[in-house]
Design a protein around this ligand. Structure first.
Ligand code: IPD
Ligand code: CA
Ligand code: CA
Ligand code: CA
Length: 267
């Protein structure tokens, strides 16, 4: 059966707003914080409850849709057939815990592997970023313009300081020259917000060596919808069933960084 994108979109918007209200209502309450893979990999009762909230809504309305969610209450997927909701209930959990800001709900809705709808909800500011393939990107009711091209020398690049220190994923000397050449670098601690900031032009590029599908499912749709490019660090396609390195930017800047700094994957 063909997916009714308009209807799915209407429900998703309603549910995400409701989930945001619940998160805002949780602020005065004490969080139950647990660690996952290491001492800085945190999860709260609100991350878990928010994912469960979406799953209940989706399965209650669309029993045949499948869900890929960070906290593991969804389905185990090894292909992307049909309608798949890729959900990060809170992207930026550390910020959520420490700052009560700079986090977002991120939902990408894919049909047979193709991204059709993306939502990123900046809950604290009540800013809902929303992309529908072929129909552009809106922040609440306001339509976002296409991305502007900037040269590296005029660009602000989102990049975590970890990636220019000794680390397991990238040689520090790979990105250090880019950091020096750029107008500035920033790191916000939420991949979804960093992708939204590229979409709005507050940032010009975002580079990171490892993200999960739920970190990027919605945001890459937004960047692409506005004429930007989203690839892995070698310039190849992103796979929504595994972790990827991620590099997004407007098309001219993407080409410049790829050629001059990432050496088109010759590392
Ligand atoms: C994390 C954030 C962070 C990124 C991490 C992600 P979470 O997501 O997006 O910015 O650097 O790799 O895991 O765990 O807060 O949803
Ligand atoms: Ca997490
Ligand atoms: Ca995340
Ligand atoms: Ca998360």
């Amino acid at each position: 059966m063909k997916a009714d994108i308009t209807e799915i979109n209407t429900y998703a918007k309603q549910w995400i707003k409701e989930a945001g209200e619940r998160i805002r209502a949780s602020f005065p309450k004490t969080l139950d914080i647990q660690t996952k893979t290491n001492a800085n990999d945190l999860v709260t009762n609100i991350d878990r409850e928010t994912e469960q909230f979406f799953i209940e809504k989706i399965k209650g309305t669309y029993p045949d849709h499948r869900i890929l969610g960070e906290e593991g209450y969804g389905d185990k997927l090894d292909e992307l057939e049909g309608v798949v909701w890729i959900i990060d209930p809170i992207d930026g959990t550390i910020n959520f815990i420490h700052q009560q800001r700079n986090f977002a709900i991120s939902i990408g809705i894919y049909v047979d592997g193709v991204g059709e709808i993306g939502f990123i909800y900046d809950v604290v500011h009540d800013e809902l970023y929303h992309a529908v393939k072929g129909k552009g990107v809106h922040m609440n009711e306001e339509k976002l313009p296409k991305l502007k091209n900037r040269k590296v020398s005029e660009a602000i690049i989102a990049l975590n300081a970890t990636w220019i220190t000794e680390n397991r994923r990238l040689k520090p000397e790979l990105l250090a020259p880019l950091v020096r050449a750029a107008r500035g670098t920033r790191s916000y601690g939420s991949a979804a917000m960093e992708l939204v900031y590229v979409a709005t032009g507050r940032l010009d590029a975002y580079i990171t060596p490892r993200l999960a599908p739920w970190d990027i499912a919605a945001g890459i749709l937004m960047v692409k919808e506005l004429g930007g490019v989203a690839t892995n660090l070698r310039g190849g396609p992103l796979n929504m069933l595994e972790e990827n390195s991620v590099f997004v930017a407007s098309s001219g800047l993407h080409a410049e960084i790829m050629k001059a700094y990432l050496k088109s994957g010759e590392w």
